[in-house]
Design a protein. Structure first.
Length: 300
């Protein structure tokens, strides 16, 4: 299992355009269905033995086959979970979270995808940031350090893949790291996760294209990009909210060193204490303690 891989220029301009329109249409359809069975938060699933009936499903199956080549699996239960995100790149946050089978979680079972992937369909918005941290660790400890992660710049046609158990996000606080701005355009991605079982609340996408014409996606991926490594001892301190919990990530990012890299993805190695998951109220308590210390010094 690879912790993280990046593949630049997987999709050409034509295929990016087609998938981008597909993502926008699917995202809009989900918004219109909000309040009914299909909410804006729904994800969709297609098993490996089903025939695609839309470009999004065709692409999801392509991603599934890229990352399961040579593996044995049950075609009737294994497959691809997929969903689009179309966000205002400088405002909307994708909070730090774990992808999992949430229906299984409600029954007390933790199940994660074999591989998580992000396909970028625009050049705008916050980079995706991945942390080498599993939920089983962060859940047990109210405060824990993260030693390694990866940051992926948004680039049309690029695909990144990561261990499905890892924490990840796209914080708006990093949206302008390469000079992107709100006026540049929306952040458009298509997320595809590879599963070897069918998530319990998985549904087939109800939005069917009336005149679906298959297109040919690459049969395999190019060689993964080489990742430069940066050791971070200091830099800009960024606070990232963790969804569905009482904790935040407090992490340092050496913005200048990251920007200098020729690669669109970079491995980050944090020195001790430079990337931590902490209780949400810890920062406020720390500030209060610092004020009290200053007052005490003045009294002395």
């Amino acid at each position: 299992m690879h912790a993280f891989r990046a593949f630049d220029n997987v999709l050409d301009k034509e295929k990016v355009g087609i998938l981008k329109e597909e993502a926008k249409s699917l995202f809009t359809a989900k918004k219109k269905a909000r309040g009914g069975r299909y909410s804006a938060g729904d994800t969709y699933f297609i098993t490996a033995d089903q025939e695609a009936r839309s470009i999004a499903e065709e692409y999801a199956l392509s991603v599934f086959h890229w990352f399961t080549e040579g593996m044995a699996y049950n075609k009737s239960t294994s497959g691809a979970e997929y969903w689009p995100l179309v966000l205002d790149g400088s405002i909307d946050d994708v909070g730090a979270h774990y992808d999992k089978d949430y229906a299984a979680e409600s029954d007390g079972e933790d199940l994660y995808p074999h591989v998580g992937t992000v396909t970028y369909l625009a050049d705008y918005g916050a980079p995706t940031t991945f942390f080498e941290m599993e939920e089983s660790i962060s859940r047990v400890s109210t405060e824990c350090s993260i030693g390694r992660g990866w940051i992926s710049r948004v680039r049309c046609g690029k695909v990144v893949a990561f261990d499905g158990k890892y924490l990840h996000c796209a914080p708006s606080s990093l949206a302008t790291i390469w000079g992107s701005s709100k006026s540049s355009g929306p952040r458009v991605t298509l997320l595809v996760n590879v599963w070897f079982h069918t998530p319990r609340d998985a549904i087939r996408c109800p939005f069917i294209q009336d005149s679906y014409t298959p297109i040919e996606f690459p049969k395999s991926l190019p060689i993964s990009s080489k990742l430069p490594k940066i050791k971070i001892d200091d830099g800009e301190c960024i606070e990232i909210e963790m969804t569905g919990g009482t904790s935040n990530i407090i992490s340092y990012f050496d913005i200048y060193s990251i920007m200098k890299q020729p690669s669109t993805s970079t491995e980050l190695v944090w020195s001790s204490g430079k990337c931590q998951i902490v209780p949400k109220n810890k920062k406020k308590k720390d500030k209060k303690n610092q004020k009290n210390e200053k007052r005490g010094k003045k009294r002395r």
